[in-house]
Design a protein around this ligand. Sequence first.
Ligand SMILES: [Zn+2]
Length: 194
Amino acid sequence: MAVKVLCILERRQSRAERPAKIRSRRKRPAVRKVRRATIMSNRFMARAIELSLENVRSGKGGPFATVIVEDGKIIAEGTNQVTSSNDPTAHAEIVAIREACKKLGTFQLTDCEIYTTCEPCPMCLGAIYWTRPARVYFANTAEDAATIGFRDAFIYDEIRQPLTRRRIPMIPLMRDEAQQAFRAWEEKNDRIPY
Ligand SMILES: [Zn+2]
């Protein structure tokens, strides 16, 4: 017994004598924090991937899902529901953003993280910028989506085209009359900026 105690004391002493070890121990909380954040991020993405698989199996829509996280907790989930709801805007990101905003009673998700199973299309990217989350994680790439028939590169090409050369005609009409609403907005004292 006495020998065992002596050994333990010796071990403690020898540890204390190693400054390098002490230094590395000081770094540990930060390393642990990063590792924990990565584990959590993987867990959230895994949940989104699980939802995307369920969505395919249930036939509700495309193989896409999104989860939105605030303070380390999932506050909203969304899957692609384009075909089941006859809503071309029902992409997973849009569905999840609507759900999160409804839940939080806000139109911006400033402190939230978005986990989406595929790089967002231009529509969802626009919605994400309006939503202003802290960051976005994505799994599949836009190229991956293109290989299974979900091509959105043409929208980026269209954005770069002048109005007169777009595939869907964009025709200017009644600008002077429409300006009235803009002037009314500028003069409105209790407007809510966004
Ligand atoms: Zn989208």
